[in-house]
Ligand binder design. Structure first.
Ligand code: SAM
Ligand code: SF4
Length: 352
């Protein structure tokens, strides 16, 4: 049975097809991939309004009773690691720091999973006051999103004048031991000219910078393939200040291609999600803040694990639903193909 909620993707509430699926506990799909990396979005709320992500007014709020609770998130994360072969967990959103129980969520997962790497993707606002508590709860690493070190440019891109707070957050995270800190920058026409300054700043601060090609996941639906800045354009701009030497990927499923800067040791990464799709090596599975399993950023096919959780499903039932959701994962996003249609949920509502 399929239920379509207002403005939301089609949610598969029945059992996903298991036709041809091998008998394995892992999250395998029909294209030979196995999901090992779990992205958990814990809120749709955010302290910024990045133009490539959120609408000016923010996302429509998820009603409180539809948001996964602390205990529900912990149960699902623990189950995914213990029963489905997940190796690494990343908390994201919206902005994960908007959730006051973030430390409890992490501590709850850590108590059950002492060895699992746990990371967070954040805009850094408010991190200054929470970095130590997050480390004490069991967080291992963070990625901070920062598109420019120019204060006016930052205020234009994010619609908020909060750059000093991001700087303070990054420094507090470093002091708290959340290293190495990765910085993510989305490539836009507006921040291209400042890309070399951003790289210089990251090198000085000991952060690993990765540029990301903008994907058609913005709430304002302004993305256009013809206007986007490509990895190739960025390399040209950075090449006017730095000597870049190809350094390969960290591992085959890592999305960033790395370049050594001026002979190293500093590197810069480029995630060319659009022009050099890495769908064939994708090892991700996603959980949305309102409790849906999603196999791909770009696929509107979602499975309602919240309903399962709240109808007293056993761990085995939930694992079967999750395995089925991933078995039905498609081959890739097809952004470059004619007829590509962006998904209904935007990046802030899925969790990047
Ligand atoms: N609020 C947190 C942050 O900004 O890091 C976590 C959520 S955000 C949706 C996760 C990542 O998605 C960020 O690194 C952000 O830059 C990236 N992102 C958002 N919209 C994007 C888009 N249209 N294309 C590419 N990356 C995008
Ligand atoms: Fe918020 Fe992150 Fe989206 Fe920016 S990219 S609006 S910080 S969720």
């Amino acid at each position: 049975m399929t239920v379509v909620a207002m403005g939301m993707p089609a949610v598969r509430s029945g059992r996903p097809s298991m036709d041809g699926r091998p008998d394995t506990p892992y999250l395998v799909d029909r294209f030979g991939r196995t999901a090992r990396d779990l992205r958990v979005s814990i809120t749709e709320k955010c302290s910024l309004r990045c133009t490539y992500c959120m609408p000016e007014e923010g996302l429509p709020p998820i009603p409180a009773d539809e948001l996964l609770t602390t205990a529900e998130i912990v149960r699902l994360v623990v189950l995914a690691v213990r029963e489905m072969g997940i190796h690494e967990v990343r908390f994201t959103g919206g902005e994960p720091l908007m959730r006051h129980d973030l430390e409890q969520i992490i501590a709850g997962c850590r108590a059950e999973l002492p060895e699992t790497p746990m990371a967070m993707t954040t805009n850094g606002i408010g991190l200054e006051h929470r970095a130590r508590k997050l480390v004490a709860a069991g967080l291992n690493r963070i990625n901070v999103s920062l598109d420019t070190v120019d204060r006016e440019g930052f205020a234009r891109l994010t619609r908020r004048d909060r750059l000093p707070s991001v700087f303070a957050g990054i420094r507090a995270a470093r002091q708290a031991g959340l290293t190495p800190i990765k910085v993510n920058a989305v490539l836009m026409r507006e921040n291209l000219a400042g890309a070399a300054d951003l790289l210089q700043w990251c090198i000085q601060e000991g952060c690993e910078l990765r540029f990301i090609e903008e994907m058609p996941l913005d709430a304002d639906h302004e993305w256009a393939r013809a206007n986007m800045i490509t990895a190739a354009e960025l390399l040209e701009v950075l090449g006017t200040r730095f000597t870049l030497t190809e350094a390969g990927r960290e591992d085959p499923s890592a999305p960033a291609e790395r370049w050594q800067v001026d002979g190293g040791p500093a590197t810069v990464g480029i995630i060319a999600s659009v022009t050099r799709s890495f769908c064939g090596d994708c090892d991700r599975t996603r959980l949305t803040a309102d409790g849906r399993i999603r196999s791909c950023l770009f696929s509107d096919q979602e499975y309602d694990v919240r309903a399962a959780l709240r109808s007293e499903a056993t761990d085995g039932d939930i694992a079967t639903l999750w395995r089925g959701a991933m078995w039905n994962k498609w081959a890739g996003h097809g952004i470059a193909e004619a007829g590509f249609v962006p998904p209904e949920r935007t990046m802030g509502a899925i969790g990047g």
